[in-house]
Design a protein around this ligand. Structure first.
Ligand code: ADP
Ligand code: ADP
Length: 235
Protein backbone atom coordinates (compact mmCIF):
# COMPACT_ATOMS: atom_id res chain seq x y z
CA UNK A 1 0.00 0.00 0.00
CA UNK A 2 2.24 2.79 -1.31
CA UNK A 3 1.76 6.50 -0.92
CA UNK A 4 3.91 7.24 -3.96
CA UNK A 5 3.85 4.66 -6.72
CA UNK A 6 5.81 5.10 -9.97
CA UNK A 7 5.54 2.23 -12.45
CA UNK A 8 7.95 2.25 -15.37
CA UNK A 9 7.77 6.02 -15.84
CA UNK A 10 9.54 7.70 -18.76
CA UNK A 11 9.47 11.38 -19.66
CA UNK A 12 10.63 13.21 -22.77
CA UNK A 13 10.08 16.94 -22.46
CA UNK A 14 8.53 17.39 -25.91
CA UNK A 15 7.53 15.58 -29.09
CA UNK A 16 10.82 16.23 -30.82
CA UNK A 17 12.84 14.83 -27.91
CA UNK A 18 10.45 11.89 -27.74
CA UNK A 19 10.94 11.17 -31.46
CA UNK A 20 14.69 11.07 -30.81
CA UNK A 21 14.19 8.78 -27.80
CA UNK A 22 15.72 11.50 -25.65
CA UNK A 23 14.32 11.00 -22.16
CA UNK A 24 14.95 13.15 -19.08
CA UNK A 25 14.09 10.19 -16.84
CA UNK A 26 13.58 6.59 -17.85
CA UNK A 27 12.19 3.39 -16.38
CA UNK A 28 11.49 4.95 -12.99
CA UNK A 29 10.02 2.37 -10.62
CA UNK A 30 9.56 3.60 -7.11
CA UNK A 31 7.27 2.80 -4.22
CA UNK A 32 7.25 4.94 -1.11
CA UNK A 33 5.15 3.91 1.87
CA UNK A 34 2.95 6.18 3.96
CA UNK A 35 5.04 8.52 6.10
CA UNK A 36 8.38 7.52 4.59
CA UNK A 37 11.18 10.07 4.23
CA UNK A 38 13.20 9.48 1.09
CA UNK A 39 16.19 11.33 -0.32
CA UNK A 40 17.33 11.41 -3.93
CA UNK A 41 20.95 12.14 -4.75
CA UNK A 42 22.62 12.31 -8.13
CA UNK A 43 24.68 14.54 -10.42
CA UNK A 44 23.38 17.80 -11.89
CA UNK A 45 21.10 17.27 -14.86
CA UNK A 46 20.31 13.62 -14.06
CA UNK A 47 16.58 14.21 -13.70
CA UNK A 48 15.93 14.99 -10.03
CA UNK A 49 13.85 18.09 -10.72
CA UNK A 50 12.02 16.20 -13.43
CA UNK A 51 11.17 13.51 -10.90
CA UNK A 52 9.79 16.19 -8.56
CA UNK A 53 7.67 17.69 -11.34
CA UNK A 54 6.21 14.25 -12.03
CA UNK A 55 5.53 13.59 -8.34
CA UNK A 56 3.56 16.85 -8.01
CA UNK A 57 1.70 16.54 -11.30
CA UNK A 58 3.40 19.54 -12.91
CA UNK A 59 4.44 17.22 -15.73
CA UNK A 60 2.73 14.10 -17.09
CA UNK A 61 4.85 11.07 -18.01
CA UNK A 62 5.32 10.13 -21.69
CA UNK A 63 4.70 6.53 -20.66
CA UNK A 64 4.08 4.76 -17.39
CA UNK A 65 1.79 5.30 -14.46
CA UNK A 66 1.98 7.44 -11.33
CA UNK A 67 -0.30 7.04 -8.31
CA UNK A 68 -0.13 9.35 -5.31
CA UNK A 69 -2.12 8.34 -2.25
CA UNK A 70 -3.88 5.73 -4.39
CA UNK A 71 -5.05 8.24 -7.01
CA UNK A 72 -3.77 8.56 -10.57
CA UNK A 73 -2.08 11.94 -11.01
CA UNK A 74 -3.88 14.08 -13.58
CA UNK A 75 -2.69 17.60 -12.71
CA UNK A 76 -0.97 19.74 -10.04
CA UNK A 77 -1.52 18.27 -6.57
CA UNK A 78 -2.83 20.33 -3.67
CA UNK A 79 -1.80 17.67 -1.16
CA UNK A 80 1.87 18.61 -1.48
CA UNK A 81 4.01 21.39 -0.06
CA UNK A 82 7.27 22.51 -1.61
CA UNK A 83 10.46 24.32 -0.66
CA UNK A 84 13.48 25.06 -2.82
CA UNK A 85 17.04 26.29 -2.51
CA UNK A 86 15.89 29.92 -2.74
CA UNK A 87 13.34 30.67 -0.01
CA UNK A 88 11.53 33.07 -2.40
CA UNK A 89 9.39 34.83 0.18
CA UNK A 90 7.26 37.71 -1.11
CA UNK A 91 9.14 40.85 -0.05
CA UNK A 92 6.03 42.92 0.57
CA UNK A 93 4.55 40.44 3.02
CA UNK A 94 5.53 39.81 6.63
CA UNK A 95 6.82 36.41 7.71
CA UNK A 96 3.44 35.27 8.98
CA UNK A 97 1.65 36.49 5.85
CA UNK A 98 4.15 34.65 3.68
CA UNK A 99 3.49 31.46 5.64
CA UNK A 100 -0.27 31.90 5.18
CA UNK A 101 -0.04 32.09 1.39
CA UNK A 102 -0.82 28.43 0.58
CA UNK A 103 -3.97 28.59 2.70
CA UNK A 104 -5.17 31.60 0.74
CA UNK A 105 -4.62 29.66 -2.45
CA UNK A 106 -5.99 26.29 -1.32
CA UNK A 107 -9.10 27.72 0.36
CA UNK A 108 -11.86 27.44 -2.27
CA UNK A 109 -13.62 30.66 -1.30
CA UNK A 110 -11.95 33.89 -0.38
CA UNK A 111 -14.63 34.69 2.16
CA UNK A 112 -13.90 31.41 3.91
CA UNK A 113 -10.26 32.38 4.25
CA UNK A 114 -11.25 35.73 5.76
CA UNK A 115 -13.60 34.04 8.23
CA UNK A 116 -10.93 31.65 9.44
CA UNK A 117 -8.11 34.14 9.27
CA UNK A 118 -7.63 34.32 13.06
CA UNK A 119 -7.45 30.56 13.36
CA UNK A 120 -4.96 30.37 10.48
CA UNK A 121 -2.86 33.19 11.92
CA UNK A 122 -2.71 31.23 15.17
CA UNK A 123 -1.61 28.12 13.34
CA UNK A 124 1.08 30.00 11.41
CA UNK A 125 2.42 31.66 14.55
CA UNK A 126 2.61 28.33 16.37
CA UNK A 127 4.52 26.79 13.50
CA UNK A 128 6.93 29.75 13.34
CA UNK A 129 7.49 29.42 17.08
CA UNK A 130 8.34 25.76 16.63
CA UNK A 131 11.09 26.49 14.11
CA UNK A 132 12.60 29.21 16.28
CA UNK A 133 11.10 32.24 14.54
CA UNK A 134 9.09 33.43 17.53
CA UNK A 135 9.42 37.23 17.62
CA UNK A 136 9.99 37.45 13.86
CA UNK A 137 6.40 36.84 12.75
CA UNK A 138 5.76 40.46 11.79
CA UNK A 139 9.16 41.19 10.25
CA UNK A 140 9.70 41.41 6.50
CA UNK A 141 11.96 38.97 4.60
CA UNK A 142 14.80 41.52 4.25
CA UNK A 143 14.95 41.70 8.04
CA UNK A 144 15.68 37.96 8.29
CA UNK A 145 18.90 36.01 7.67
CA UNK A 146 19.06 33.40 4.89
CA UNK A 147 18.58 30.58 7.39
CA UNK A 148 15.56 32.31 8.95
CA UNK A 149 14.00 32.85 5.52
CA UNK A 150 14.50 29.17 4.79
CA UNK A 151 12.77 28.24 8.06
CA UNK A 152 9.87 30.45 7.06
CA UNK A 153 9.70 28.81 3.64
CA UNK A 154 9.50 25.37 5.28
CA UNK A 155 6.64 26.66 7.46
CA UNK A 156 4.94 27.94 4.32
CA UNK A 157 5.31 24.49 2.73
CA UNK A 158 3.68 22.84 5.77
CA UNK A 159 0.95 25.30 6.76
CA UNK A 160 -1.85 23.57 4.86
CA UNK A 161 -0.85 20.25 6.46
CA UNK A 162 0.16 18.56 3.20
CA UNK A 163 0.48 14.80 3.06
CA UNK A 164 3.68 15.17 1.09
CA UNK A 165 6.57 17.60 1.42
CA UNK A 166 8.91 18.09 -1.54
CA UNK A 167 12.27 19.66 -0.83
CA UNK A 168 14.66 20.53 -3.66
CA UNK A 169 18.10 21.35 -2.21
CA UNK A 170 16.47 23.38 0.57
CA UNK A 171 19.63 23.76 2.66
CA UNK A 172 22.14 24.12 -0.18
CA UNK A 173 22.75 27.83 0.30
CA UNK A 174 23.18 27.73 4.10
CA UNK A 175 26.32 27.58 6.24
CA UNK A 176 27.12 24.20 7.83
CA UNK A 177 25.92 25.17 11.29
CA UNK A 178 22.56 26.56 10.18
CA UNK A 179 22.10 23.60 7.86
CA UNK A 180 22.48 21.05 10.67
CA UNK A 181 20.17 23.07 12.88
CA UNK A 182 17.51 22.96 10.16
CA UNK A 183 18.04 19.21 9.70
CA UNK A 184 17.02 18.74 13.32
CA UNK A 185 14.01 21.05 12.99
CA UNK A 186 12.82 19.21 9.89
CA UNK A 187 13.39 15.86 11.54
CA UNK A 188 11.32 16.98 14.58
CA UNK A 189 8.44 18.25 12.45
CA UNK A 190 8.45 15.02 10.48
CA UNK A 191 8.58 12.83 13.60
CA UNK A 192 5.61 14.73 15.00
CA UNK A 193 3.41 14.68 11.89
CA UNK A 194 4.67 11.85 9.70
CA UNK A 195 4.00 13.39 6.30
CA UNK A 196 5.87 11.90 3.35
CA UNK A 197 9.06 13.70 2.41
CA UNK A 198 10.97 13.62 -0.88
CA UNK A 199 14.26 15.44 -0.49
CA UNK A 200 16.60 16.18 -3.39
CA UNK A 201 20.12 16.96 -2.26
CA UNK A 202 23.76 16.93 -3.32
CA UNK A 203 24.83 16.27 0.26
CA UNK A 204 25.21 12.57 1.03
CA UNK A 205 25.63 13.23 4.72
CA UNK A 206 22.36 15.14 4.72
CA UNK A 207 20.56 12.32 2.93
CA UNK A 208 21.81 9.73 5.42
CA UNK A 209 21.06 11.91 8.42
CA UNK A 210 17.48 12.63 7.38
CA UNK A 211 16.05 9.93 5.18
CA UNK A 212 14.74 6.41 5.78
CA UNK A 213 15.76 5.46 2.27
CA UNK A 214 18.30 7.03 -0.09
CA UNK A 215 17.94 6.66 -3.85
CA UNK A 216 20.85 7.35 -6.14
CA UNK A 217 20.03 8.48 -9.68
CA UNK A 218 22.47 7.88 -12.51
CA UNK A 219 23.51 10.63 -14.89
CA UNK A 220 21.15 11.65 -17.67
CA UNK A 221 18.82 10.05 -18.54
CA UNK A 222 17.89 9.52 -14.92
CA UNK A 223 17.33 6.05 -13.59
CA UNK A 224 17.47 4.95 -10.00
CA UNK A 225 20.56 2.78 -9.75
CA UNK A 226 20.92 2.29 -6.00
CA UNK A 227 18.36 2.09 -3.24
CA UNK A 228 19.74 2.02 0.27
CA UNK A 229 17.73 1.61 3.43
CA UNK A 230 19.19 3.63 6.30
CA UNK A 231 18.96 1.98 9.68
CA UNK A 232 21.43 3.93 11.72
CA UNK A 233 20.09 5.04 15.07
CA UNK A 234 19.21 8.70 14.70
CA UNK A 235 18.37 11.43 17.19
P1 ADP B 1 18.46 17.78 -12.14
O1 ADP B 1 17.32 18.32 -11.36
O2 ADP B 1 18.94 16.45 -11.64
O3 ADP B 1 19.58 18.76 -12.27
P2 ADP B 1 16.65 18.00 -14.41
O4 ADP B 1 15.49 17.17 -14.05
O5 ADP B 1 16.54 19.48 -14.26
O6 ADP B 1 17.94 17.45 -13.63
O7 ADP B 1 17.06 17.70 -15.90
C1 ADP B 1 17.11 16.39 -16.47
C2 ADP B 1 17.37 16.50 -17.96
O8 ADP B 1 16.22 17.05 -18.59
C3 ADP B 1 18.52 17.43 -18.33
O9 ADP B 1 19.13 16.88 -19.46
C4 ADP B 1 17.83 18.75 -18.65
O10 ADP B 1 18.57 19.52 -19.54
C5 ADP B 1 16.54 18.26 -19.29
N1 ADP B 1 15.43 19.23 -19.08
C6 ADP B 1 14.99 19.69 -17.89
N2 ADP B 1 13.95 20.53 -18.05
C7 ADP B 1 13.73 20.57 -19.38
C8 ADP B 1 12.78 21.25 -20.20
N3 ADP B 1 11.85 22.07 -19.68
N4 ADP B 1 12.85 21.07 -21.54
C9 ADP B 1 13.76 20.25 -22.09
N5 ADP B 1 14.67 19.58 -21.37
C10 ADP B 1 14.66 19.73 -20.04
P1 ADP C 1 18.42 22.77 -11.15
O1 ADP C 1 19.41 21.75 -11.59
O2 ADP C 1 18.85 23.57 -9.95
O3 ADP C 1 17.03 22.25 -11.01
P2 ADP C 1 18.64 23.92 -13.82
O4 ADP C 1 19.52 25.09 -14.05
O5 ADP C 1 19.04 22.56 -14.28
O6 ADP C 1 18.29 23.92 -12.26
O7 ADP C 1 17.18 24.20 -14.43
C1 ADP C 1 16.50 25.38 -14.16
C2 ADP C 1 15.19 25.32 -14.89
O8 ADP C 1 15.40 25.26 -16.31
C3 ADP C 1 14.38 24.09 -14.52
O9 ADP C 1 13.03 24.46 -14.28
C4 ADP C 1 14.48 23.17 -15.72
O10 ADP C 1 13.26 22.47 -15.92
C5 ADP C 1 14.73 24.12 -16.86
N1 ADP C 1 15.63 23.48 -17.83
C6 ADP C 1 16.74 22.77 -17.56
N2 ADP C 1 17.30 22.29 -18.66
C7 ADP C 1 16.52 22.70 -19.69
C8 ADP C 1 16.56 22.53 -21.10
N3 ADP C 1 17.50 21.79 -21.70
N4 ADP C 1 15.58 23.10 -21.84
C9 ADP C 1 14.64 23.82 -21.26
N5 ADP C 1 14.53 24.02 -19.93
C10 ADP C 1 15.46 23.47 -19.15
Amino acid sequence: NSFVDFRDVWLAYNEELLAQNHFAVEAIDLQVHQGEFIAIVGPSGCGKSTFMKLATGLRMPSTGRILIDGQPVTGPLKISGMAFQAPSLLPWRTTVDNVLLPLEIVEPHRSQFKQRRDEYQQRARQLLQKVGLGGYEDKFPWQLSGGMQQRASICRALIHEPKMLLLDEPFGALDAFTREELWCILRDLWTERKFNVILVTHDLRESVFLADTVYVMSKSPGRFVVRRQIDLPRP
